[in-house]
Ligand binder design. Structure first.
Ligand code: CMX
Length: 473
């Protein structure tokens, strides 16, 4: 028995079954039932098609970031290059239509309903979404959150919010039921998934509190939430409220934001990192913190922060050159010139391009639709719209990117700026708060279906040269 002090947890933390609520039991029953059906398919696929090829692993792919190699099974979502993301088979417009909304006039889907969908594969009823939200409130353990609060306060004040968030998640890890059960010899292949689910629900319950403290630190220097948690509110509204925003329209905006950023299949950096780390049986906290560190890169989630810097630089250049936003022709000419200057300097246009998508990201489109419904005359929105009209042409002429269309990050900042959440360095934290819902659902399913340690084979240039070049001398 491993008895190191660091992995000793209270009896309550180990007794996950005893603390489970009816809604978690219902969730587990649904997962078990779905898995029975899915495992039959998996066993059949493995038995009959184990050696079928999913495509070639070429030299080009090995040097090209493994683009085009299908080498992972990831259950919560699937990305189509033309159509965009589907969450358990549902497109974004279908999720907007089918997922339960907040009582009292909410028009956007609830992220907790999306969590239910990604975990169980089926759309929850309004009652199930409500009960799941109540469960998340119940799990927002104050002492665990205080651990993260202390860790964040110990960081230098200029720590990037993503550094703080990743650190906060690591501090929450000291409450991991998975790690404690494993250390106590109680976890085994059959129940790993239950501990993974327990940790995932705890993390999704607690991390918004931690994220809100990070925001308040930027604003006031104080590591605390701007407002107390309110158990009457849904997950997104409560988060927005803890950030210090009480506008009902903004709460709806956050419901949309936190629903559409949840997942983008398994190969992107944050999802792949999370599931890769979890495949070593690192608990969901360790795995998600690693995923966040990947999300913090400018080619991935940090692009939403970079987009604002780009938009503001465009706005400033227009101002300096006396270009009016109402003169569409002059604005288009000026933006085209500034963008070419940027590209010629060897930089990328943030918010455009994608490793898989080859059309406008539907996550971009639904944010655009939200702006059109709520604030069509916003100046920043107008700027983004004009850029949308010219950028595919510019990037096509530039001739490098395989996808000249906008991705999710090209639009999210406009929404946040409009409602007064103007601290751009915080934007990727919002992405992370949402992303945990998808990637942790993936971790739960990986453990439920017994997926093994990930360990693809790598190769050196010397070995490749021996294999291919030597034949052609
Ligand atoms: N601006 C300028 N050049 C771009 C570009 C853009 N927006 N997107 C791609 N390119 C360039 C690449 O840098 C690459 O150049 P080199 O051949 O000189 O290396 C070339 O076009 C080919 O790239 P690609 O195959 O089309 O795209 P990748 O799969 O390599 O990269 C991505 C995808 C997203 C990293 C890239 O499009 C990019 O850097 N975009 C800007 C950053 C961004 O918006 N990231 C957010 C993505 C969504 C998310 O994860 O949140």
């Amino acid at each position: 028995m491993r008895t190191a002090r660091f992995c000793k947890l209270s009896a309550a933390q180990l007794r996950y079954a005893a603390t489970a609520s009816p809604i978690v039991e219902e969730l587990k029953t649904k997962l078990i039932k779905k898995n029975e059906v899915d495992m039959k398919k998996i066993n059949d696929l493995k038995k009959r098609f184990d050696h079928e090829s999913l495509g070639e692993a070429t030299v080009g792919a090995a040097y090209g970031g493994m683009r085009g190699i299908t080498g992972l099974v990831y259950e919560p979502s699937l990305l189509d290059a033309q159509e965009g993301i589907r969450f358990r088979g549902l497109s974004i417009p279908e999720c907007q239509e089918k997922l339960p909304k907040a009582a009292g006039g909410g028009t956007e889907p609830l992220p907790e309903a999306m969590l239910w969908l990604l975990l169980t594969g089926s759309v929850p009823t309004a009652e199930q979404a409500k009960a799941l939200n109540a469960e998340l409130h119940r799990r927002a353990d104050k002492s665990a959150i205080a651990t993260a609060q202390k860790a964040i306060a110990a960081l230098p004040e200029n720590a990037h919010p993503m550094t703080s968030f990743s650190t906060g998640v690591l501090a929450l890890q000291t409450h991991s039921k998975f790690a404690a059960a494993y250390a106590a010899g109680k976890a085994n292949k059959k129940n790993y998934w239950e501990y993974a689910l327990e940790d995932s629900l705890d993390l999704i319950a607690r991390s918004p509190h931690v994220a809100a403290m990070i925001y308040n630190r930027i604003k006031t220097g104080k590591v605390d939430t701007a407002a107390a948690s309110n158990s009457e509110l849904d997950w997104a509204a409560n988060f927005a409220n803890m950030l210090g925003f009480d506008s009902k329209e903004f709460w709806d905006c956050m419901r949309l934001y936190l629903t559409i950023h949840v997942d983008h299949e398994g190969g992107n950096v944050s999802a792949h990192t999370t599931t890769l780390v979890a495949s070593a049986l690192s608990d969901p906290y360790l795995a998600f913190s690693a995923g966040l560190n990947g999300l913090a890169g400018p080619l991935h989630g940090l692009a939403n922060q970079e987009v604002l810097a780009y938009l503001f630089s465009m706005r400033d250049l227009c101002k300096a050159d006396g270009i009016s936003f109402s003169d569409e022709t002059a604005l288009t000419t000026a933006l085209t010139k500034y963008t070419w200057d940027l590209l010629k300097s060897g930089r990328v246009v943030p918010g455009y391009g994608h490793a898989v998508l080859r059309k406008t990201d539907p996550r971009y489109t639904c944010q655009r639709d939200f702006c059109l419904r709520h604030f069509p005359d916003d100046n920043l929105f107008k700027l983004v719209n004009t850029i949308y009209k010219i950028m595919p042409g510019i990037l096509t002429e530039h001739g490098k990117t395989k996808n000249p269309y906008p991705n999710v990050d090209a639009h999210s900042g406009v929404l946040l700026q409009h409602y007064g959440l103007t601290e751009q360095s915080y934007y990727t934290v919002l992405f992370g708060v949402s992303r945990q819902i998808g990637v942790l659902s993936g971790v739960v399913w990986d453990r439920l279906q017994g997926r093994p340690l990930e360990r693809p084979k790598s190769i050196t240039t010397e070995a490749l040269a021996d294999r291919f070049l030597s034949k052609h001398i």
